[in-house]
Every structure is written in structure tokens, then in C-alpha cells.
Design a protein around this ligand. Structure first.
Ligand SMILES: C[S@@+](CC[C@H](N)C(=O)[O-])C[C@H]1O[C@@H](n2cnc3c(N)ncnc32)[C@H](O)[C@@H]1O
Length: 240
């Protein structure tokens, strides 16, 4: 078991090799979620993983709908929710490829939507039968699949005035993100940026991002102190 500290909250998490466990930027997203905390009667998370961020919201007494394509993540979220002493009736986990687990009753039903999306480029051939934690991090061409769903479909689940918070990275092409955000959200801004060295598991994609950077005249990854880095953009938007 591990304990994650986000501001004044401590979240207990059982771990699993099949599920993404919190990283520094997931925790940073949690801090931003807390900073904008308002009475949030209903919260929606796409890509719940271990449950860490949904549990954070559950600690406000909020009702949470948590989506993931990885069944092991949904099971672990339920366990971790209980481990933190939260009422079972406040959590609903749903198997969902992007927003496929949502239906017409969910339209405009939520005050807060957030996602820490996966960013590996490509999809495994048997993409619905992925096994390891990392296999669930593939997000299609450019690693944009989940991010684009949040940007292009997210507002339909939000009430008027509802808030969306997510993370985009330069690896996915920041120009494309800005274009989509401008198209789908009238009111949005960057809350924070952070430059982070690329983890070793991104090594196979470095050449791809270098070539794309040259072709597109935008920086996807860059070198600082001899190490490849990505820039993270923490984004907030509101539904008009
Ligand atoms: C980077 S992890 C974030 C986990 C957790 N929210 C956190 O911040 O630690 C991304 C999550 O998205 C899920 N995911 C990947 N592709 C998905 C898809 N197409 N639909 C729904 N969830 C997906 C993965 O299984 C994983 O749990």
C-alpha cells in the first residue's frame, strides 16, 4: 500500500501491476482540482487508474462517476475507495472506451470533468485485450485519443458553468491542442506549465517526435541539460 499526499489530503492506495499508479503530474492535477474546488455535486473522471483523483473528490462528499477501459483499474478504484472509508453509494465505476460508457441520462449532469490522459503513440493490435499497465497507456496516433475525446466531447456532460481540467503535452502537438480547445471551448486557459524529462519508456518514440517537430515547425520534445524533455500544459475550461 502507498500513501499519496495532495495538499492537506492523504489518500491510501493499494497497488497493482496492471494499473497506472499516480505520478508527479497526476498529483499536480489533483492540486489544481482542489484549488478550483467549489460545491461539486457530481464529478466525472475519464481514465481513473488507481482511483487517486476520484477519491480526492470523494473526500469532499461528492458523488463520482469513474470511467476506464481497463477493468483492473475499475476494480482497484472500488477497493481503494473503500480503503479510504468513503461511502459506496457515492462511487459509480463504468467500463468505458473514451465516453462509450455514458448515456443520454448523463448529458449536462456533471459540474466537474477531469482526466490525466494516456499519451503513448499507437495502439496494440489487440487493443481491447491489453494486459500490462503500460499497454493501457497507448492512445492512438500522436497519443491524442483520450485527450481529444475530453476536448471535443467533454462539454456535453457538463452543466452550464461546469469546469473541465486536463493535461496536454508538447509530445502530442501543442498547436493541435490549441486549435481544438479554441473550437470547442469559448473560455479556457493554461493553469500551469511544467518541463519534465522524458521517462525511459518513451525512448522508442524520440525519433518520431524529432521528425514531427521538424516537419510541423513546432517543438514536441526538446533537450535541456543533455536530456529530452516534454512540456506539460495543465488546462482549465468552463462550459458557457
Ligand atoms: C495516465 S493514466 C491516469 C490514471 C489516474 N487518473 C492518475 O492520474 O493516476 C490514464 C488512464 O486512462 C485509461 N485509459 C486509456 N485509454 C482509455 C480509453 N480509451 N478510454 C478510457 N480510459 C482509458 C488507462 O487505463 C489509465 O487508467
Amino acid at each position: 500500500m502507498q500513501e499519496i499526499h495532495i495538499k492537506d489530503k492523504t489518500i491510501k492506495l493499494k497497488e497493482s501491476n496492471e494499473v497506472w499508479m499516480p505520478t508527479r503530474f497526476g498529483i499536480a492535477l489533483g492540486e489544481l482540482i482542489l484549488e478550483g474546488a467549489r460545491p461539486n455535486p457530481r464529478v466525472l473522471e475519464l481514465g481513473v487508474g488507481s482511483g487517486v483523483l476520484s477519491i480526492l473528490c470523494g473526500m469532499w462528499g461528492t458523488k463520482v462517476t469513474a470511467l476506464d477501459i481497463n477493468m483492473a483499474a475499475l476494480e482497484l478504484t472500488e477497493e481503494n475507495w473503500k480503503l479510504n472509508g468513503l461511502p459506496q453509494e457515492n462511487l459509480e465505476v463504468r467500463y468505458s472506451d473514451l465516453f462509450s460508457g455514458m448515456d443520454e441520462n448523463d448529458v449536462e449532469g456533471y459540474s466537474l470533468l477531469f482526466s490525466n490522459p494516456p499519451t503513448f503513440p499507437g495502439l496494440p493490435p489487440d487493443y481491447l485485450l491489453r494486459k500490462s499497465r503500460d499497454e493501457w497507456e497507448f492512445a492512438g496516433n500522436d497519443g491524442r485519443l483520450v485527450l481529444d475525446a475530453v476536448i471535443t466531447q467533454g462539454s456535453s456532460w457538463l452543466k452550464t458553468g461546469g469546469r473541465m481540467v486536463t493535461i496536454a503535452t508538447s509530445k502530442q502537438g501543442w498547436n493541435q491542442t490549441v486549435e481544438l480547445m479554441d473550437k470547442h471551448w469559448k473560455k479556457w486557459k493554461i493553469l500551469r506549465t511544467e518541463d519534465l524529462p522524458l521517462a525511459d519508456y518513451y525512448d522508442p518514440y524520440i525519433e518520431l517526435w524529432v521528425q514531427k517537430s521538424k516537419k510541423e515547425n513546432q517543438v514536441r520534445i526538446f533537450k535541456k541539460n543533455g536530456k529530452w524533455q516534454q512540456r506539460l500544459y495543465f488546462i482549465e475550461a468552463f462550459k458557457n
